[in-house]
Design a protein. Structure first.
Lengths: 351, 311
């Protein structure tokens, strides 16, 4: 499959008054054409920062690329000038944000907000841009698009506004769409509609999506592959089935155990103990070790490398080292692994 | 919208009636008489003068006579300042210079203030920003009479660029008073726009505009500016007040034959009808400004426009 974006050894810091916050500490991933890659992790794990750094939307006076590269179309995005980035933003890579209530300009009719990227990136007239914008609104399921072009954001509901934001992001048929928790601020029924819409549109325009979320239910619904982030690093990456049914990193185990399910009999939901690491002074070894009951001595001293589980699946934990002791994952995870061919708990059947 | 304005007009009339009533009775409570040299007049002469201006009638009758005249647009006649001239004529003849320096001061101050505030916000925490903040603080804290005197000294006396005072050289005479009046709106606008721009520039829709590929200037002018203007509109009303009260002093200092100058004098000589007339004129002016500001709000912010009228 064609790689459309490659993030290599990316390190990024924020220079703050309190010191250097190492928000991204060596992130590697590839994005393939037409796929949806979900990035999951708790608040502060670096998922939003990673994608904002791809778009170069971080505050320039405090965010600083330390090393690594972001390769897109043969160019390293970390090295482009502001002018060159402006040509990529909205045209080649576009973005959807978390809160549709605040991401549209309240004093500009939505028609103008829709035609803005078209007029900016494509050589078309205003009237042509209007036609395209009306088609886009129709595409995202907005009734009576001609009438609604002149209306302002406050005349739309939250779900409708997110549809408009999606329409704006798709205006120039971008190669990559970054969705930063696009459904978090919406209620559940609208969430489902927006997810369906995104899946539908992805098929139509064949774009790759990076989908950031902390909602594993959403991941299972939309993603082809999943990257789990913790403490400014990716700790496990694999196909959606591999992450859900054959997870290897203790943090992924924790995440999956803390997900409520219909057949959970325990009244109490599992919560990962402790707090996320302080990225002003990140831990030397595995950042998750202090919160993990499976931590080995080496976890405190050395950062684990990635171990390959399959061609598509790898995880950064010393537990996968040949010399590591065999540990039993939590029961809920074992239950999941029983359904996954190739896992050591496999009991037959299919996922 | 028409319904809304109609409703506001009715409120305006009620407000004016109340202002006229209060001012009328407050004036009556004040010691002193408009018949300035009362001591030199014999009781008979004094009675003649008082009868001429209706001052001998009982208070309620005087009040109703005044209000009746007011409804017909008759503000009475000047008692001693302009000896028998119609108050309306006095005010109208004096309005020109006041309106000119007031308008020039307001426009100059607001436009420069907005520019200063924008630049400060876009160059936050640089020397440009600090300079702009300094100008704003100076503009707010230095009273207009100090500033007016400084302008007279440097631009009038030392460099002889503009006339020091008086209203003889048309536009040239209006420059220094306008600048003196502009300082307060300039400082206020700069402070408001800076704060608001910084907040707006950090909002989600600005990030989305950036994500669409908009350039720095497109973001500042197409997206941020209009949103940053909204709170400034709120202070336009108080700024108009400051221009009014400022002009009372500034007109005195520059010896401009405007309403402010005449108002101050009328208070000193206790010219009852001129004081009443000018107060009512200022009130009308202010109430109209406040209505205009509210309408302007709707023009700038669509959320207000539609919730105020029919959607």
């Amino acid at each position: 499959m064609e790689k459309i974006l490659q993030v290599k050894d990316l390190e990024l810091s924020f220079n703050t008054q309190g010191g250097e916050v190492k928000a991204i500490r060596g992130v590697n991933f590839d994005l393939y054409k037409g796929e949806t890659l979900a990035i999951v992790g708790e608040s502060g794990s670096g998922k939003s920062v990673t994608t904002k750094s791809i778009m170069r939307l971080l505050p320039e006076n405090s965010a600083e690329f330390k090393s690594g590269e972001i390769l897109f179309g043969g160019r390293d995005l970390t090295k482009l000038s502001d002018k060159e980035m402006q040509k990529i933003r909205g045209k080649e890579i576009s973005m959807i944000f978390q809160d549709p209530m605040t991401s549209l300009n309240p004093t500009m009719p939505i028609g103008r907000q829709l035609t803005e990227p078209l007029l900016k990136h494509q050589k078309i007239s205003t009237s042509e841009a209007k036609k395209v914008a009306i088609d886009l609104l129709r595409l995202v399921g907005m009734p009576k698009p001609e009438l609604r072009m002149k209306q302002y954001p406050h005349q739309f509901s939250g779900g409708q506004r997110q549809r408009i934001v999606i329409a704006i992001s798709l205006a120039c048929n971008p190669k990559i769409l970054i969705a930063d928790e696009p459904t978090t601020a919406l209620d559940v029924t609208i969430q489902a509609q927006i997810l369906e819409l995104m899946k539908d549109l992805q098929k139509k325009i064949d774009t790759s999506i990076i989908f950031i979320t902390h909602d594993l239910g959403v991941v299972a619904n939309v993603a082809d592959r999943v990257a789990v982030m913790y403490g400014g690093k990716i700790v496990e990456i694999g196909t959606v089935d591999e992450i859900f049914y054959n997870p290897q990193h203790p943090y992924t185990w924790g995440l999956l155990s803390s997900m409520p399910s219909l057949d959970t009999e325990d009244a109490k939901l599992y919560a990962i103990p402790g707090t996320p690491p302080d990225l002003l002074d990140p831990p030397k070894g595995d950042a998750f070790a202090l919160r993990s009951e499976y931590a080995l001595k080496i976890d405190m001293e050395q950062n684990p490398p990635f171990f390959k589980i399959s061609d598509t699946h790898s995880a950064a934990t010393w537990l996968l080292h040949p010399d590591a002791p065999q540990v039993e994952p939590p029961l809920t995870v074992i239950e999941r692994m029983k359904k996954f061919p190739g896992s050591r708990y496999y009991e037959g059947g299919v996922v | 919208m028409a319904k809304y304005i109609g409703k506001r007009l009715i409120y305006m009339v009620i407000t004016l009636a109340l202002i006229a009533t209060f001012t009328f009775f407050l004036m009556k409570i004040l010691p002193g008489s408009p018949v300035a040299s009362a001591d030199k007049l014999s009781p008979e002469q004094r009675a003649v003068v008082e009868a001429r201006y209706g001052l001998n009638e009982p208070l309620p009758v005087q009040y109703f006579n005044y209000m009746f005249g007011l409804v017909q647009g008759d503000l009475g006649i000047s008692i001693n300042q302009f000896k028998g001239a119609e108050v309306t004529d006095v005010i109208l003849s004096r309005m020109g210079p006041s309106a000119q320096i007031g308008f020039q001061g307001m426009v100059l101050g607001t436009v420069l203030g907005i520019l200063l505030g924008m630049i400060a916000a876009l160059r936050q925490n640089t020397w440009v920003d600090y300079t702009s903040t300094f100008v704003a603080i100076v503009g707010i804290s230095i009273p207009s009479f100090v500033f007016a005197s400084l302008l007279q000294y440097w631009f009038g006396l030392k460099w002889e660029l503009f006339p020091v005072a008086l209203w003889k050289d048309g536009f040239m005479s209006s420059v220094l008073p306008s600048i003196a009046l502009a300082m307060f709106p300039l400082a206020t606008a700069a402070r408001f726009i800076r704060t608001e721009m910084i907040e707006v520039l950090g909002s989600d829709y600005i990030t989305l505009a950036k994500a669409k590929g908009a350039s720095g200037s497109e973001i500042a002018f197409k997206h941020a500016f209009r949103n940053a203007l909204i709170p400034l509109v709120t202070v336009l009303g108080p700024m108009a007040v400051s221009i009014l009260t400022g002009s009372l002093v500034v007109e005195q200092i520059f010896a401009i034959p405007g309403i402010g100058e005449q108002f101050v004098k009328s208070i000193m000589v206790n010219d009852f009808s001129i004081i009443m007339g000018t107060t009512i004129f200022f009130s009308v002016f202010l109430i109209v400004i406040i209505l205009l500001v509210d309408i302007l709000y709707g023009v700038i912010d669509p959320r207000i426009r539609l919730s105020g009228g029919k959607s």
